[in-house]
Design a protein around this ligand. Structure first.
Ligand SMILES: [Zn+2]
Ligand SMILES: [Zn+2]
Length: 278
């Protein structure tokens, strides 16, 4: 079971509960060795219309004015608790216009998770990954990930299979078609080339019809991870905790069962190499 988690949210992002210390105490109680704090980084309003900002959870990210408090709380916990390794981080979208802003944040923390919930396509339109992805635009999802990962700011690409949440094939049906397979293989190669981790996200299970029926899983999407087995890619499990209980809940257990049954090799620890922090 999970002993190191690098995907943790707090109340700063407006849709999670608890402060840094609450997660640290629970992680200690569970016997965790490492805990990475990765709340949703601010999305600057200036790069989107008000409507786009509202529709893409702009207000469900940390406020710029809370960044220092968040980082200070992590520092205090690092000082106070010596028997658990605590890392500072952010989960970010990748909007190219915000690159300098991301860089400024990246210098303040130990690592970044890339979590793409929305992005801009080549025409500047915002595509939402839960509702807007289909056969004709799935390449754009990959291209956004590629642009982000090639900045070398990221340690992990979390829920890389989130595109399967609402994907529509040529006929408008929710199937894992040849385009999904092509993108899956490209993501594997991208991760290997850039030496980053791909995350199997336990929190995604909250969206499926029946957690006990793999055929209903949206993400983690079983076929995506079956394909990943063919590659020498580094895979971790992330709780993506938005509540303290989610550090070790049924979703985490079911994801571990799936990994075991499928014979997927996972890394228990994420090696954090920090070339950015100053
Ligand atoms: Zn969240
Ligand atoms: Zn997350």
């Amino acid at each position: 079971m999970l002993k190191n988690n690098y995907h943790t949210h707090m109340k700063y992002c407006n849709h999670a509960e608890g402060m840094v210390i609450d997660y640290v105490k629970e992680a200690l109680r569970l016997g965790f060795l490492e805990l990475g704090m990765s709340d949703h980084a601010p999305v600057l309003e200036s790069f989107m219309s008000k409507e786009e900002y509202l529709n893409n959870y702009g207000y469900d990210t940390m406020k710029l004015s809370d960044v220092e408090d968040y980082l200070n709380q992590i520092k205090e916990c690092q000082k106070k608790f010596s028997n658990i390794k605590i890392y500072s981080g952010f989960e970010t979208e990748y909007l190219e216009e915000q690159k300098d802003f991301y860089l400024s944040l990246r210098k303040k923390v130990d690592y970044f998770n890339l979590g793409i919930h929305f992005f801009k396509d080549k025409n500047g339109n915002v595509l939402n990954c839960y509702t807007d992805l289909n056969y004709d635009n799935l390449d754009e999802y990959y291209l956004n990930a590629k642009k982000a990962i090639e900045t070398k700011m990221y340690q992990a690409f979390v829920h890389p299979d989130l595109f399967m949440y609402g994907y529509k094939d040529k006929n408008g049906c929710h199937t894992f078609d040849e385009k999904c397979e092509e993108i899956t293989r490209k993501i594997a190669l991208l991760a290997i080339e850039n030496n980053i981790y791909l995350e199997i996200n336990a929190n995604g299970l909250k969206y499926c019809k029946d957690k006990h029926d793999l055929n209903t899983w949206l993400y983690p999407y079983p076929k995506f991870w079956e394909i990943m087995k063919e590659y020498n890619v580094k895979i971790i499990v992330g709780a993506d905790a938005h509540t303290i209980a989610a550090l070790s809940n049924e979703n985490v257990r079911l994801v571990y069962d799936f990994i075991k049954k499928s014979g997927i090799n996972i890394e228990e620890k994420m090696v954090i190499t920090n070339d950015f922090k100053c």
